[in-house]
Design a binder for this molecule. Structure first.
Ligand code: FRU
Length: 500
């Protein structure tokens, strides 16, 4: 083993040991049961999503030494079926000059030599400490034969020294490798840059593929581009745009534009920028192509600006969303919906059938809220309740997270005004219209993911309930609700070693 490899091996081992130590103190009251999270410590963006050696590989930005963001590593889990996960060793640690202050986000692809190629941003603060004097960011490469132990190859894209220059996403078309990443131009505009390569090591500048028409956007984090049908979807996370009514409420928001693109051409934008998800906690999504051709996306649930109670006391912070399959509808809206595999986690179904909930009623559906899934279909043509509400994690003191349909605003909401713990606030996605309201709500110990009418919209938020009996109730307001179907399934854990 070379000296550099030995140093890296020691640093990933040290991080692994730190995470194992912190895990012993982890409090599980809100720790995800069916979402990917680190055994302890902090996580943010999903990284390196790929299918390699017969398994789905899911890496993520990780700080193993505390539940807060710090020098970034890549943590790692893997799965054969996307619903049964095992933990893998910490994969990448800062160990060379180019990534001295962090192994930032990036992607992974399988080379013709059968190795996994992980491209990531090497991050250095000019003052070795914080952003005050700017940073130097370069794109780096590490490869692995088994997907677990990585060998670093150093910098592959140096760049012109722009102050934001990161998050490489690599893909291949007709034998040519393409890398895109986000940049802040000299005149402070958010851009996506593209490089190409034939050998995966030597990269050449191709073009500035995209500049956000919004002049407030000064950097586009975690860009991703992929075809759906005959169109191309460009996902990015603009830094800078201000809050805009229901849109861009979070300090960090993830969205997309749809356009036309072909190798050697500029990207032609056909739609406005739209949010992928309207919740409090959805950021830095990354996609990959599954072996069967599905385009699958994981997002990060967390926040850089508003901490969670789990960080303060429970030894962990941040989780990924469930994997979601992406598609486009005829209006070029990006549909995102849990992959079919999630249904394998279902336990015994409780059916409530069809019924009418009368004026101003609360109907308790569950006395306890285990990790579970609720499927609710409502006939809006005969429903006049002002809101179709579900009180989730409802405790004796009245605290809960309120999820449902607001007929006045014509939106699907997650209202955390009465949240037991953590950040409050209200988020709401547009309802697509029509008489059929169909909600699918995935409830984990500390989160809700709401999918509207098959995934035309989604709302993803943390929700940290109080201790004690936590019920779920359907609630009508100044009118009645006509339910066509209401099914609830408990959901099993994704952690192989915790299955009964
Ligand atoms: C987005 C991001 C990326 C960066 C990483 C650092 O959430 O800021 O741009 O690579 O997180 O952890």
């Amino acid at each position: 083993m070379s000296d550099a490899a030995a140093v890296h091996a020691e640093l990933v081992e040290r991080a692994e040991q730190a995470a194992m130590k912190l895990e012993k103190e982890r409090n599980n009251r809100w720790y995800p049961s069916f979402h990917v999270a680190a055994r302890s410590g902090w996580i943010n963006d999903p990284n390196g999503l790929s299918f390699f050696n017969g398994r789905y590989q899911v890496f993520y930005q990780h700080h193993a030494y505390s539940a807060y963001w710090g020098p970034m590593h890549w943590g790692h889990v893997s799965s054969e079926d996307m619903v049964t996960f095992r933990r893998e060793h910490v994969a990448l640690a800062p160990s060379i000059e180019a990534d001295r202050d962090g192994v930032f986000s990036g992607s992974a692809v399988v080379g013709d030599d059968g190795k996994l190629y992980a491209y990531y941003t090497g991050h250095r603060w000019n003052n070795m400490f914080n952003d005050d004097d700017g940073a130097l960011q370069v794109q780096c490469l590490a490869t692995s034969e088994d997907g677990v132990v990585f060998t670093k190859h150093g910098v592959v894209v140096e760049g012109p020294g722009l102050k934001h220059f990161r998050d490489p996403k690599v893909f291949r078309i007709d034998g040519i490798w393409y890398m895109i990443f986000g940049a802040c131009s000299e005149d402070n505009r958010g851009q996506v840059w593209m490089y190409t390569s034939t050998d995966m090591f030597n990269w050449e500048f191709d073009r500035i593929l995209f500049e956000d028409p919004n002049p407030d956007a000064f950097m586009l984090e975690c860009p991703d581009i992929f075809p759906l049908g005959d169109k191309w979807v460009l996902i990015y996370c603009p830094m800078g745009p201000r809050k805009d009514a229901y849109q861009a409420r979070n300090s960090h928001n993830a969205g997309y534009v749809v356009g036309d693109w072909a190798p050697g051409e500029d990207f032609k934008q056909l739609t406005d920028y739209r949010l992928i998800d309207w919740g409090h906690n959805f950021y830095a999504p990354q996609t990959f192509e599954a072996p069967d051709g599905r385009r699958i996306c994981y997002g990060w649930m967390g926040s850089f600006t508003i901490g969670t109670p789990s960080q303060e006391t429970d030894g962990w912070g941040g989780q990924l969303t469930v994997p979601r399959e992406l598609s486009l509808d005829e209006d070029l809206n990006l549909i995102n919906y849990p992959v079919a595999e999630i249904e394998k986690l279902r336990g015994e179904k409780t059916e409530f059938g069809s019924f009418v909930l009368g004026l101003n009623q609360d109907k308790v559906l569950l006395e306890q809220t285990p990790p579970c899934e609720i499927l609710l279909d409502v006939d809006l043509s005969v429903t006049d309740s002002e809101r179709v509400g579900l009180k989730i994690g409802l405790t004796e003191d009245g605290s809960h997270t309120y999820v449902g349909y607001d007929s006045l605003a014509e939106r699907i909401f997650v209202d955390r005004r009465l949240a037991g713990n953590g950040d409050r606030g209200y988020r709401a996605a547009p309802f697509p219209g029509g008489d059929k309201l169909s909600l699918r709500i995935l409830i984990d110990r500390g989160s809700v993911e709401v999918f509207v009418n098959g995934g035309v919209q989604s709302v993803t938020s943390f929700a940290f309930p109080n201790a004690g009996d936590r019920s779920v109730a359907l609630s009508s307001e100044s009118g009645s609700i006509t339910v066509d179907r209401l099914d609830i399934y408990p959901l099993d854990t994704i952690w192989e070693d915790e299955r009964q």
